[in-house]
Design a protein around this ligand. Structure first.
Ligand code: FAD
Ligand code: SF4
Length: 436
């Protein structure tokens, strides 16, 4: 699978980095603030349990490559995670500095500093020395869950083939994460690093008719297919001028969408809605509204993402529900909570200018596809697994990431992929070797 990609200069200029790289001096000062806590709460808060004090100490002593290697031992997509993780609610959110009324250590930016230095110097992910095993695993989907699973399996000497239906691998890390957090090329840099470990990545969509052949050919199959399309808006008039939030984000990231209408209404108030609204502003819209049927206290977007949208000039229209779209005008009805605690639509109507309407009201699970894989238990739109091993109810299949957790963060998908790889090696009888 190719990783060749040429960024569009106009997009790069419009989406400058939200958190630029630390200079070596700033990184050194920040690394020296860390208290190297013995019982590091930051490490416990990281789903992949990166040894935070250890990697920060290595930066403080000038051993940047060693720092990156320590990070990679725990998290093979550490470059992405450094940029895209909601560190405010994970590692940095648990830093003891909060109790001392001081700013938490900039763990994410220090991690990025170590990883940028590592890749900038052309270093390779260290592969443990061990014999190649006559075992083959297929990972379906090339997002963070499968990539982490594949890398961990390679460390055990297992041969891995990743199948992804899109032109570029990386899943939402490549196509979904906002450009001011992570550029496509940065995601692809990690895909290449994983390929260089000996992971084969093929550009191929796996259909239901392929499973029998895959089951014959491979010793185990990992399902890391993520979620499906965004939910549709389903309002009268709601097709012309409507653009799916994921298509908008993937479109501008790959340089296919360079501008948007003057007025944009984004429906929903999760992190994807925020990303779509900020992107619309950056693509040149004058007025961007987020329309949400509940109040600010119930939005699923993180507080810092909400603050960012406000700074970008995005406006919020609370307690409104779109009911029709006509010739660039979105008709919204007022909503409220009744005495029984239910959301009800009231009489009051608001008209909002919206040349483009962007629904960001959640992704559907790949229900039909996943529930057709014979012998796999599927409930509430998710593949049912044993959380410790990623094992499904079919002995040959394992799963992880968004298709299991219903849609969380990149780091959760990485942690799932890693756990599943260990589940697979245990199921295939591979002897555990000490991690070097
Ligand atoms: C708009 C948006 C912004 C986000 N921003 C952030 C963020 O800032 N920080 C953060 O931590 N998380 C963010 N997330 C969440 C994060 O991207 C996901 O949790 C993570 O990517 C899930 O990884 P995954 O491997 O399970 O699935 P995905 O990344 O979705 O990868 C699944 C892959 O499977 C492939 N696939 C599907 N079906 C098939 C098939 N039949 N055959 C072959 N290939 C197939 C797809 O092409 C895709 O590449 C965001 C999500 C969205 C939607
Ligand atoms: S909690 Fe904060 S101070 Fe303590 S080790 Fe982690 S980053 Fe350093």
């Amino acid at each position: 699978m190719g990783t060749a990609f040429t960024p569009h200069a106009g997009i790069t200029a419009r989406f400058p980095e939200l958190k630029p790289a630390l200079t070596p001096q700033a990184a050194m000062v920040e690394a020296n603030r860390c208290l190297n806590c013995f019982d590091a709460p930051c490490t416990a808060a990281c789903p992949t349990h990166i040894d935070v004090p250890r990697f920060i100490k290595k930066i403080a002593t000038g051993n940047i490559a060693g720092s990156a290697r320590s990070i990679l031992e725990a998290n093979v997509l550490a470059g992405s995670c450094a940029r895209v993780c909601p560190v405010e609610v994970l590692c940095e959110g648990s830093c003891v500095m909060h109790h001392r009324a001081e700013k938490p250590i900039m763990i994410g930016r220090l991690q990025r500093y170590a990883m940028d230095n590592f890749y900038g110097r052309g270093l390779q992910i260290p592969v443990r020395e061990r014999p190649e095993l006559p075992l083959r695993v297929a990972c379906i989907g090339g997002g963070p869950a499968s990539l982490a699973c594949a890398a961990e399996l390679r460390q055990a000497g297992v041969q891995v083939t990743v199948f992804d239906k899109r032109d570029l691998a990386g899943g939402l890390n490549t196509y979904g994460v906002a450009e001011y957090k992570q550029r496509v090329s940065e995601s692809l840099r990690e895909v290449e690093a994983i390929q260089s470990m000996g992971v084969e990545i093929l550009q191929r969509e796996i259909g239901l008719e392929d499973f029998e052949a895959l089951e014959q050919e491979f010793d185990a199959i990992f399902l890391g297919v993520g979620l499906g399309e965004m939910h549709r808006l389903r309002i009268p008039g709601g097709e012309a001028g409507v653009m799916d939030a994921l298509d908008l984000i993937a479109g501008y990231k790959t340089g296919e969408i360079l501008s948007i209408g003057r007025t944009v209404a984004v429906i929903g108030c999760g992190n994807t809605a925020i990303d779509a609204a900020v992107a619309s502003k950056r693509l040149g819209a004058d007025e961007v509204h987020i329309v949400y049927r509940r109040g600010p206290e119930e939005m699923s977007a993180f507080g810092f993402e909400y603050e960012h949208a406000l700074q970008e000039g995005v406006k919020f229209l609370w307690w409104r529900q779109p009911i029709a779209l006509e010739a660039g005008t979105l008709l919204c009805a007022a909503t409220a909570i009744n005495e029984a605690g239910e959301l009800v639509v009231g009489e009051m109507r608001t008209e909002l200018a919206a040349e483009v309407v962007v629904p960001a009201i959640g992704q559907s699970p790949l229900a039909e596809w996943l529930s057709s894989v014979k012998g796999i238990q599927f409930a509430k739109g998710r593949v049912v697994v044993d959380r410790a091993t990623g094992a499904t109810s079919h002995a040959k299949y394992f799963a992880g990431g968004d298709c299991v957790n219903g849609g969380r963060e990149v780091v959760d998908a990485v942690a799932d992929g890693k756990r599943a790889a260990r589940g697979i090696t245990a199921a295939l009888g591979v002897m555990e070797v000490a991690h070097g």
